[in-house]
Every structure is written in C-alpha cells, then in structure tokens.
Ligand binder design. Sequence first.
Ligand SMILES: Cc1cc2nc3c(=O)[nH]c(=O)nc-3n(C[C@H](O)[C@H](O)[C@H](O)COP(=O)(O)OP(=O)(O)OC[C@H]3O[C@@H](n4cnc5c(N)ncnc54)[C@H](O)[C@@H]3O)c2cc1C
Length: 529
Amino acid sequence: MLSCEPILLEGFSVNSDSTQSVSAKSANPRNTAVVGKSAAVIGAGFGGLALAIRLQSAGIATTLVEGRDKPGGRGYFWEKDGFTFDAGPTVITDPPCLEELWALSGHKLSDDVELMPVMPFYRLHWADGTHFDYSNDAKGMASEIARVAPGDHEGYARFLDYSAGVYEQGYVKLGAKPFLNFSTMIKAAPALAKYQAWRSVYSMVSSFIKSEKLREALSFHTLLVGGNPMTTSAIYALIHKLEKDGGVWWAKGGTNRLIAGMVRHFERIGGTVRLGDPVTRIASLGDRVTGLECKSGWKASFDAVATNADLMHSYRDLLGDNARGKRQAKALAKKRFSPGLFVVHFGLKGTWPGIPHHMILFGPRYKGLLDDIYEHGVLPEDFSIYMHHPTVSDPSMAPEGMSTFYALVPVAHLGKLPVDWAEIGPVLEKRILDEVGRRLIPDIHSRIVTKFHYAPSDFAADLNAHLGSAFSLEPILTQSAWFRAHNRDDVIGNLYFVGAGTHPGAGIPGVVGSAKATAGLMLEDLGAK
Ligand SMILES: Cc1cc2nc3c(=O)[nH]c(=O)nc-3n(C[C@H](O)[C@H](O)[C@H](O)COP(=O)(O)OP(=O)(O)OC[C@H]3O[C@@H](n4cnc5c(N)ncnc54)[C@H](O)[C@@H]3O)c2cc1C
C-alpha cells in the first residue's frame, strides 16, 4: 500500500513540504540551473531516472516525483527475513547505455555500482530433460548446438548475420531516435523491408533453423520485453546480437543497487527526488502544461513535465481535465497491451550451486501456450517458467547457507483474464512451486523460509499499470516506432513521455534509450542544446 505522506528513505532526500505551492526553483535549493529552466519527471523507473540524470547533467533543475516509497518502478525490491527480492529486471544488458549516464557529468558508473558478468546467460530446460546453455561463448554455443540441434550450425551462422544487421539498424541507429513524424518512419522503411520486419521473430528464426528447440532458444527473448515471439516483429531478433556483444550482467546486491546508484548519482549532480507522493494532476493551460499536483497537496510549477508513469494513467488520470488527455486515453484503450506476469518470490534453506543464475523451464507447449496468454486469455494448465537464482552469483542476497529465487510466468492481462487474483494467486503459486519442485528442487516445500507472490492486480494497484500489464503496449510492428506513444506529445508542446510505452519499448536498454530520445527533445526545446 502507498503511504500518502512523502517518505524519506535511506540516502534518498525528498522535499517534505507538503502544504505549499512552491516553484521548482525553491523546491530545488541545491540545483545550479545553468539554463535557468526547470523540469519535473513523474515516476522513478529506469526510464524516469535516466531522463532525470540527462536533464540535470545538462543544467536543467530537475525534480523526480515518485508515488511509491522506493524508486525503481518495475525495479522495486523487498527485504524479508534476511532475503533480498528484486521485483523485476534481473538480466542487465548493454552496460554502456548505463555508463553514458554517469559519463555525461564526468563520473563513472563503477563508483556507484558493481556489475558482474553472468555465465551462462541462461540455461534453457525442456520438459523432456534436455537442456541448452545459452551464452556468447562461440565454442560453447557450437557444442550446445551440436548436442541439441545437430545440422543447424550453418543456419545459426546465417541467423547471427541477420541479427547483427537488425541490431545495427534497429538499435544502434534508431534505438534512441524519437519518431515524431511519419516521415521518420518512411526513412526507416527500406531497412524495415530489407530485414522483413513484418515477419515475426519465430518465423524469421525458423527460416534459418530446423530444430524446434533451437527455434525456441533463439526466439523466447521477446517475452522479456512483453512480446509474443509468434507475432513480435523480427526486428527484435536484435536482442541476440545485443547480448552477444555486450554480455549479460548482474548488479552486485541486486538490480535495486543499480537503481540506488542512479538515484545517488542524480542527487550528487544536484537533482531532487521526491518519494511516496503520487502525482494526482498535471496542471495545464490550453496546449501547455504548467506544473504538478501531488496527493499530499504539494504543488510546483515547471517549464516542462515528462511522465514515466503508465501511458493510460498519465493521459486519463493525470491529464484528465484537458481535452487532449481524454482523447488520447480513448485512443489508447483500443491498443493491444502486453500480458501480465505472475511472480513467486521464495527464500529457501540450502544452496544450489548446480542451478544457474537464469533458467527457462519450457513447458510441453510453446505456440499453444503463447496463444492462451496473448489471444485466448485463459489460465493454462501448463506453463513456461523463468527462474531467477541470484544467490548462485551473489550470496549477499540471502542469509548464509540460504538461497533467494523467483519463478515468473507470463499470464494474460486483466482485460483478457479478469479473475480475482486474491483467490487464484495462492493456487497458482502452489502449482508453480510444485513444478519447480518436480523439475529442480524435490523437497522445495519443506525448505521454504519465506514466500510471497506478485500478480497483475499488484502491478495495477502499485504501479498504476493499465490492465496490470507488465510491459505497457505490446511490441508489435503496428505499435512500434512512430506508431508507439511519441516521446513528446503532438499537441501539448512541453509534455513528454519516457519509458516502456514509448519508442523503442520495454526492457532496461529500451527505456534508457527512450530517455535519450526524450532528453534530446527536451534539451532542444528548453534551449539547453
Ligand atoms: C518481473 C519483470 C522482469 C523483468 N525482467 C527484465 C530483465 O531481466 N531485463 C530487462 O532489461 N527488462 C526486464 N523487464 C522489463 C523492465 O523492467 C521494464 O521494461 C522497465 O523497468 C520499465 O521501466 P520504465 O522506465 O518504463 O518505468 P516503470 O518501471 O514502469 O516505472 C514507472 C514509475 O512511475 C511511477 N508512477 C506511476 N504513477 C505515478 C504517479 N501518479 N505519480 C508518481 N509516480 C508514479 C511508478 O510507481 C513507477 O515507479 C522486466 C519487467 C518485469 C515486470
């Protein structure tokens, strides 16, 4: 539950003046605003934090306003019975996109956060007992392919070339570019055509690979950003190259330490963080926003406002008294939203050096299961589980001799599956733990020290996530780039968006890229560029 009082959390400063309307400059006494301009960012998810750092680094007096008691958004965390449980992202890719945020002001990410490589990237485990260790080690991959998919060596080499091509076009060239006009989309069209962007990742992988297991191994990644491998544009095959070149990393102490490092860095350069005080209204006058109002009664005026909060929540609830807010909310209601997630967090007595940091336990069905989640909106009998086991890399996440895990399954969002999660949650939690027990830890139930689950209804309640979606708009071609929410509103010239609902989309590198695109626009508009 959210507190309505602003909260001061270890190391995080907040402005606790909750009664007066103040200007951003007086709310920001430590800022040395080079350009005399102020901005607010609503929401301290990865995208909001990255944008706030970029703005503050350029001399814009920036205030970050977060509704929850801790920053992080999907990257929130809990501490229970000596265990640390990261709520969301666990796979960190493309560290340079994060390092840039420190380098902007001459600092180093390594001063605040220790990143550790993870190997293998993932162990993929099928119901028939076969496994495949997936990594960027060429020899290791060759021997895994020889074992699990003999005959697909040449096809894999061709897939790698394809993935490298879409990575260059889709991530390096366009990943941090705002798509404000259709003409930008037209310019990107030849590349989209060259890489057959209308095909799905699974279909494109299948054009190179014969083995069903290897097809799954090379296409499941879209699920990490909310996309169905069967319908998500083949452009997302770029993730393979992104991981191959940049590796898969872990932040020592958990993803929450990366978030804490970003907050520390933002405050170090003069930014202001306000926690535990949800924004209730973006004040506007015609086609300009003028400031914010929070639940506590705190108000402030700003030259520009960016929102990292859910798109629907931002337009419908925060900008609801402006005609633009109402119109956009209506348009958003017709879009496809990515599914929800059901996550079981558990701390166990004992350690499992044989269970790698990241595992996918594929169920007996691949396409059929995806159809149930994305199309039919039923709760299937079977599931594919992503297992997170941080203590194998970082024992500091649990008391000595104990282990921290989470087991995550995608489930249909609340619009497709309007069940009572308070009732279904405990049942699904037990089924997931039983399955982990059957496949990996036979005496799991007797080893549990602590456990709890997080359902789509919690995403909706805690994060204002529309339909409890875990990743905002589904990343299909017709909801990507120019078709996604624009980084600057088309009508309200000083209202901006950042995060999973905007281009390029969900995932840490995606939302950090969106912050770069949004910051570019804001700095230009505010005259700081
Ligand atoms: C379980 C899970 C696992 C994932 N695993 C990975 C992974 O391994 N690797 C990876 O790269 N990505 C992963 N992702 C995706 C990634 O975490 C998200 O795409 C990304 O973190 C979203 O960031 P965001 O900037 O869009 O903000 P969000 O994290 O959505 O944060 C938005 C913030 O806005 C705040 N807010 C909302 N309304 C208000 C309001 N009215 N006033 C003030 N604040 C408000 C919210 O409280 C929240 O803090 C995962 C996601 C989930 C859910």
